[in-house]
Design a binder for this molecule. Structure first.
Ligand SMILES: NC(=O)c1ccc[n+]([C@@H]2O[C@H](COP(=O)([O-])OP(=O)(O)OC[C@H]3O[C@@H](n4cnc5c(N)ncnc54)[C@H](OP(=O)(O)O)[C@@H]3O)[C@@H](O)[C@H]2O)c1
Length: 165
C-alpha cells in the first residue's frame, strides 16, 4: 500500500500562494521538499504545474489533476480526478500531494501523513490558502525549529504529522 503525504509550506495565516506563485523564497524548505519527494510520485493541480519553471519535477513521477487531460503537460501524467490519479499510482510506495489549495483540500481525506513547513509570518494579501485542518485527527511526530538567516527570510518550523488511528 502507498503512503500518501501532503507536503506544503504554510504561513501562520495559512497563506500558501499569490498570483500563481509562492509567497517566499525559502531554500531550506525547497531542500526538504526535494529530499522528501525525489524518487517518488508527486500529484499537483494544474495551476501548480503551470507555476513550475520547467514542467514536471525531475526524478519524480509527476501527475497533474485537470479537467483538460488532453492538454500538454510536459513530463507529467494527467488525470481528471484524485481517484484516477491514486489508481494510476497504486503501485508507488510514496505519493506526495504537493498542492495547491484545491489538491490539499481534496487530499486531506486521503492523506496518512503531512509534512508542513510553518513559515512564521502572515500574508493577508495572499490568494491561495491551506485548508482548515481538523487537528484532532492528526498527531505531531516531529518538529524542528529554525530562525531566519541570510538565505531564509522568515523563521520556520518543519513539522511532521500522522493521521491518528
Ligand atoms: N506553499 C506551498 O507549499 C504551495 C504548494 C503548491 C502550490 N502553491 C501555490 O498554490 C497556488 C495554486 O493553488 P490553486 O488552488 O490556485 O490551484 P491548484 O490546486 O494548483 O490547481 C487547481 C486546478 O487543478 C485542477 N483540479 C483540482 N482539483 C481537481 C479535481 N478534483 N479533478 C480534476 N482537476 C482538478 C483544476 O484544473 P483545470 O482548471 O485544468 O481543470 C484546477 O483549476 C499557487 O499560488 C502556488 O504557488 C503553494
Amino acid at each position: 500500500m502507498s503512503t500518501i503525504s501532503i507536503i506544503a509550506a504554510v504561513a501562520e495565516d495559512n497563506a500558501i500562494g499569490k498570483n500563481q506563485e509562492l509567497l517566499w523564497r525559502m531554500p531550506a524548505d525547497m531542500k526538504r521538499f526535494k529530499e522528501l519527494t525525489t524518487g517518488h510520485t508527486v500529484i499537483m493541480g494544474r495551476k501548480t504545474f503551470e507555476s513550475l519553471p520547467n514542467g514536471g519535477l525531475p526524478n519524480r513521477k509527476n501527475v497533474v489533476l485537470t479537467s483538460m487531460p488532453e492538454a500538454n503537460f510536459i513530463g507529467c501524467f494527467a488525470c481528471e480526478s484524485i481517484n484516477e490519479a491514486l489508481e494510476l499510482c497504486e503501485k508507488e510506495e510514496q505519493i506526495f500531494l504537493i498542492g495547491g489549495s484545491l489538491v490539499y483540500k481534496l487530499g486531506l481525506d486521503f492523506a496518512d501523513k503531512m509534512y508542513l513547513t510553518r513559515v512564521h509570518t502572515n500574508f493577508p494579501d495572499a490568494d491561495a490558502f491551506f485548508p482548515d485542518v481538523n487537528w484532532e485527527e492528526w498527531e505531531e511526530i516531529e518538529r524542528q525549529e529554525f530562525q531566519a538567516d541570510e538565505k531564509n527570510p522568515y523563521a520556520y518550523t518543519f513539522l511532521t504529522y500522522i493521521r491518528k488511528k
